[in-house]
Design a protein around this ligand. Structure first.
Ligand code: HEM
Length: 143
């Protein structure tokens, strides 16, 4: 299996992840009804974001926390959203990619789920036991 080590691999992973979200009964309404996401604009932003995280590519300029805070202001984040987002992210990833960057992607996502949960809901996200998490890469959480 390839690793997430080129823009093309990251693009294919993100498209797969968001395809899973579109068919998910918990998260689809968050994106389509709460945030009314324009998918044609959203996917390239996500690809840029993950290229920054994993490849050091400077193309993403954005305000991750403000974007999720805005969604939260419309409808409060629920614990099951964090669990489902994590499940779809990991399921999509392990089906097609493996290697150091794939592990870094999961570790980065988990750090952000943790910080997002604390900042938005005031409680810890406990969906993944710390022992199962990939070691820190020194890349901090954005959210
Ligand atoms: C409960 C979990 C999550 C939910 C429900 C969620 C939901 C959303 C939604 C609805 C948007 C679109 C907002 C808009 O365009 O108005 C968005 C944007 C985004 N999300 Fe999440 N998200 C979650 C977790 C994460 C995590 C863990 C990461 C990264 C590690 C992440 C990265 C992003 C990025 C990069 C954007 C685009 C920001 C921009 O447009 O600059 N999200 N998210």
């Amino acid at each position: 299996m390839p690793d997430l080590d080129t823009r093309t691999q990251i693009h294919d992973f993100i498209v797969g992840f968001y395809r899973a979200i579109i068919f998910d009964e918990v998260l689809e309404p968050v994106f389509d009804e709460v945030a009314e996401v324009d998918w044609a604009a959203h996917i390239p932003r996500l690809v840029d974001y993950w290229c920054r995280v994993l490849l050091g590519d400077p193309s993403y300029v954005g305000a991750m926390f403000a974007v999720h805070q805005h969604v939260h202001d419309i409808e409060a984040f629920r614990p099951e959203w964090f669990d489902r987002w994590h499940q779809l992210f990991v399921d999509t990833l392990v089906a097609g990619w493996s290697g150091p960057n794939a592990e870094r992607a999961v570790a980065h996502a988990e750090r952000n789920l943790g910080s997002m949960s604390r900042r938005l809901t005031g409680s810890d996200w406990t969906g993944s036991a710390p022992a199962e998490r990939a070691p820190s890469t020194g890349v901090g959480a954005d959210a």
